[in-house]
Design a binder for this molecule. Structure first.
Ligand SMILES: [Mg+2]
Length: 174
């Protein structure tokens, strides 16, 4: 169960304490897109996301997108956000694309963080890749079909966490 537990839990990306990441020695932030940066059904990014990514970079942390989304959607975001590297069809929790990104940016797992909204894909995948995991509450409660199935199992994990005083849903670190 500890493979699903985030290292850092926030309400949304704007709440992330970037100095905390910098102090940990994080050099690369891999961002999930759907329900992490924007609602899963939102075709466009927005000024808040752009400001966040610039802010991350201002802290000396490089940014790449690491999404399970289809190429068209992921590439459109990367273009719009002016992010050079975008990894789509990542099939998280597989660590393959995260490892690819770390090789590209010449960083180690200890220098890398993954930001995402799901326990079964993002948190598990991040742990399997050995990176620092940041969980955000999803932007909207609605999900696409495959995610709805994941959320069903996620419910069990959150209940286990809460029962064992590991993590309480909505009880954020920052
Ligand atoms: Mg997501």
């Amino acid at each position: 169960m500890r493979l699903f537990k985030p290292d850092y839990y926030v309400r949304n990306f704007e709440k992330i304490n970037l100095d905390r990441l910098k102090k940990r020695g994080i050099k690369l932030l891999l961002c999930d897109i759907d329900n992490t940066l924007v609602a899963y059904n939102d075709p466009d990014s927005n000024a808040k996301v752009k400001r966040f990514l610039r802010d991350v970079e201002a802290h000396g942390i490089q940014v790449a997108l690491c999404s399970n989304a289809a190429p068209a959607r992921a590439k459109r975001f990367a273009r719009d956000l002016d992010v050079e590297k975008v990894y789509y069809l990542s099939f998280k929790p597989l660590a393959r694309n995260m490892k690819k990104a770390m090789r590209h940016f010449h960083v180690s797992p200890r220098q890398t963080a993954l930001l995402g909204d799901q326990l079964l894909t993002d948190m598990l995948g991040g742990h399997l890749a050995g990176v620092y995991t940041i969980l955000t509450a999803p932007i909207i409660e609605k999900d696409k079909l495959d995610t709805r199935i994941n959320r069903f199992f996620e419910g069990f994990i959150y209940r286990h966490f809460e029962k064992n005083n590991i993590l309480k849903k909505g009880d954020f670190d920052d």
